[in-house]
Design a protein around this ligand. Structure first.
Ligand code: G3I
Length: 350
């Protein structure tokens, strides 16, 4: 489908959509992007073409994680990250860096750190080296990823990770403070998931995210926004009112919002692919309407582009073994209804 055809198609959907703010319509489109997985990137030319064609923003999916960069403790391996950063730069795409601190995707030696001093030394050294290498090139960093306990109504509020165990809540402060010191112009984001479902745990997570950012700001540590991963479950709802309140709370704190890992988990949906795609598009529409009508995201990023490759397929296998359909392009790179929804919201076509 041509771009014009796509937009004609999306316009036809608009009658069914809610209204978007007039201010949004007057602005430039919200930057759209995708995470890029290095092995797929290397082997599949259509994948590279899709990244070039659709994305304003590229996120190395795994290559900036500790597991990739720090496999050998003394030696950083930037090979995968450099390749994706180089591709983004050559094609004039912005870059998001994912992620400087996470309790997962760690090399074995990092899981065996034993003292506070060791953890702090490694964390600071890691962030200094990685942020410095991409200074002025990676515009936004997911400084910390998934630091909030899954359900803070049951304790926490921090997730039990090696960082929390050795450094306590200060692991977040150290990460943001160090990133800001090394690249004072970078946008620094707290990235997390499960903010959108209509359950008390998600409301508690929104509050914890705001509290952490408020605490950082009170200490004079820069934080610019919250990244909502938005791995949306097709079998669960969206807390529209809760999300809109969240956007207002972010405004009050002077924080941005970014959608950082959008996709749809369709494992419980009926088999029919067309029906699944329609349900997924409607869910993304409900989610984006809740966000965009209250606050303009700095970016909307999906966790991959094509159903051909997605973590959802392995992590949430369907009982009928059918391929998951979480993303805006199908396995043959054809646009799905979700792509039209994304276009509509990023362009403010209301
Ligand atoms: O590349 C190797 C391959 O050579 C090897 O044969 C294979 C055998 O296991 O592993 C491959 O690496 C895997 C990599 O994905 C590439 O597919 C890693 O084992 C696997 O751990 C890694 O999983 C990634 C996961 O994060 C952990 O880092 C997923 O791709 C990635 O989609 C997922 O992304 C996370 C976000 O970072 C945070 N939010 C949730 C999201 C989904 O889990």
């Amino acid at each position: 489908m041509t771009r014009r055809g796509l937009l004609r198609g999306t316009s036809a959907c608009l009658a069914a959509a809610g209204s978007l703010g007039a201010a949004l319509a007057a602005d430039r489109p919200i930057p759209f992007g995708s995470a890029a997985e290095i092995e797929t990137f290397r082997k599949d030319a259509r994948y590279r073409d899709a990244l070039k064609r659709y994305c304003d923003v590229i996120v190395p999916m795994n290559d900036l994680k500790w597991e990739a960069l720090r496999h050998d403790r003394p030696r950083f391996d930037f090979s995968g990250a450099d390749e994706l950063v180089g591709f983004a730069e050559a094609n004039k795409k912005a870059l998001r860096g994912h992620t400087l601190l996470w309790g997962e995707a760690l090399p074995p030696w990092a899981k065996e750190m034993a003292t506070r001093a060791e953890a702090e030394r490694e964390l600071v050294n890691h962030i200094e080296i990685v942020v410095d290498r991409y200074k002025g090139r990676v515009g936004t960093w997911d400084v910390v990823n998934e630091v909030i306990k899954y359900d803070p109504t049951e304790g926490g509020p921090y997730r039990d990770t090696i960082w929390q165990r050795l450094l306590g809540p200060e692991h977040v402060d150290i990460a943001f403070r160090t990133a800001a010191r090394v690249d004072p112009k970078a946008r620094l984001v707290l990235n997390d998931f499960h903010f959108e479902e209509p359950v008390p745990g998600a409301a508690a997570r929104r509050k914890v995210a705001l509290d952490i950012c408020r605490r950082l700001k009170d200490k004079g540590i820069p934080v610019h926004g919250i990244g909502m991963q938005a791995h949306l479950y097709a079998d669960k709802g969206i807390d529209v009112d809760g999300l809109q309140r969240f956007m207002r709370d972010l405004d009050e704190l002077g924080l941005d919002v970014e959608i950082t890992e959008l996709d749809v988990i369709d494992w419980k949906l009926p088999a029919d692919p067309a029906q699944r795609d329609k349900t997924a598009a409607a869910l993304v529409s409900t989610f984006l309407e809740a966000i965009v009508s209250a606050k303009r995201p700095k970016a909307i990023v999906t966790w991959g582009l094509t159903d051909r490759y997605s973590w959802v397929h392995e992590t949430f296998p369907r009982k009928d073994s059918a391929r998951a359909r979480p993303l805006p392009l199908d396995a043959d790179y054809r646009q799905k209804p979700m792509m039209a929804v994304l276009e509509r919201y990023r362009r403010g076509l209301a």
